[in-house]
Design a protein around this ligand. Structure first.
Ligand code: ADP
Length: 248
């Protein structure tokens, strides 16, 4: 896919830490509307890749473009978030002493700045958006409960809802199924599939049952580069992928 029609375009991206190449000529192209799963053994460079996309780490070389024309290597973390790249870290960070509704309302108002977050009274369209998000994240019947009372999995869903409240063009999700029960893991795959109907998503995950449930194209990283790419069946049948996972 051409850079101009891609949503996210990484080409030849390298990052070294004290001479160690965490990313080594990494190339990855995400199409608008696509959901992509990223797998790879520990140390493969998955986190560093997310850090490069979000501006936390600057690449030593290579291209990182968003929306076809925006050079992300020129932008800092805050402006990359404003451009519409939302990142969900592994550990959920919600406001525990606030209700589910208030968490979503705060997230919806946050881009307006701290003053509006305190004093802006939300109107019909914003309320309707929160209702929509509550249904999407499977917490419609828990809207008035404190976030502290949610299970680990439900907190993850709430945080995903809070990111969506800021209407990102691309959602980066780091190991959403980690620490979840099997039922929550299955529901999270359904949730991400629902989100992918209207958003582009890059999800890093180890849980192969979860990846299979997503049913999307998979990219396997190893030693900072793409080792294999395609359907999960194609990637998991690749001998090099089997080798890096088994450590042979
Ligand atoms: P993954 O997320 O796939 O487990 P990482 O991107 O976290 O991989 O790490 C890739 C490699 O880079 C690892 O060997 C890790 O030890 C190294 N690394 C990552 N961040 C740093 C850092 N800030 N300083 C030194 N080495 C780092």
């Amino acid at each position: 896919m051409a850079k101009s029609s891609s949503l996210l375009y990484l080409d030849g991206v390298s990052v070294s830490f004290d001479g160690f190449k965490a990313l080594n000529e990494l190339s990855l192209v995400i199409a608008p509307g696509e959901m992509r799963a990223i797998i790879g053994p520990n140390g493969a460079g998955k986190t560093t890749m997310m850090d490069v996309i979000t501006g936390k780490t600057r690449p030593d070389s290579g291209e990182v473009f968003f929306d076809g024309t925006v050079d992300l290597t020129d932008e800092d973390e805050a402006s990359i978030a404003e451009l519409g790249i939302g990142r969900k870290f592994q550990k959920p960070t919600v406001f525990e002493s606030h209700t589910i509704w208030d968490n979503l309302e705060l997230a919806l108002k946050a881009p307006r700045g701290p003053f509006a977050t305190l004093f802006h009274v939300i109107a019909g369209a914003e309320k309707a958006r929160i209702e929509e998000l509550l249904e999407l994240i499977r917490l419609g019947d828990k809207r008035d409960e404190l976030a502290a009372n949610l299970s680990h999995g439900q907190k993850q869903w709430l945080e995903i809802g809070m990111l969506l409240a800021q209407d990102p063009k691309l959602l980066l999700v780091d190991e959403p199924a980690a620490g979840m029960t099997d039922a929550e893991t299955a529901e999270t795959a359904e949730l991400l599939k629902d989100i992918a109907k209207s958003h582009s998503v890059v999800v890093v995950e180890h849980d192969m049952t979860f990846i299979r449930a997503l049913g999307v194209k998979v990219t396997c990283l190893a030693e900072g580069s793409v080792l294999a790419e395609g359907s999960l069946d194609h990637v998991s049948a690749d001998e090099r992928v089997v080798e890096v996972y088994l450590g042979r």
